[in-house]
Design a protein around this ligand. Sequence first.
Ligand code: ZN
Ligand code: ZN
Ligand code: ZN
Length: 136
Amino acid sequence: MGLFSRGPQFCAVCKKELGHRHKPKREWNIKGRLCGDCHFEKSRDYYEGKVRQECAACKKVFKVTDLWEPRWQWDMDGLLCKGCFDAKEEEHGRRRSYCSSCGAKMGFVRYNPKPKWKMEGQLCRRCWDSKKAEMG
Ligand SMILES: [Zn+2]
Ligand SMILES: [Zn+2]
Ligand SMILES: [Zn+2]
């Protein structure tokens, strides 16, 4: 008689006992293993765009295949729709090239605010100097 170290496993979707186990793709948000039928159906749903997910910014639901992964610099979870992705990218681009205090366009020379000023973005020389005088 064979000794089985593990008990039977069941499909995460239909709960059928598994013979051959299929690994779900990470994007499907499924824990566990799938039977052949469910795996086939899930991958078909996915490629036909039936798998939907909320955009992390506007909370509207989109096909997963239409969502974009945020850039790592944005430090956010989830996926973004094209509109929110573009808006984010623009916002970050703008934040990079304009003084976050007076809004003046900055050249290559920007100044990082001191952490204790609790400001986001970067500053032009003039604003940095006046912040420094004001906050130390
Ligand atoms: Zn199944
Ligand atoms: Zn969105
Ligand atoms: Zn400024």
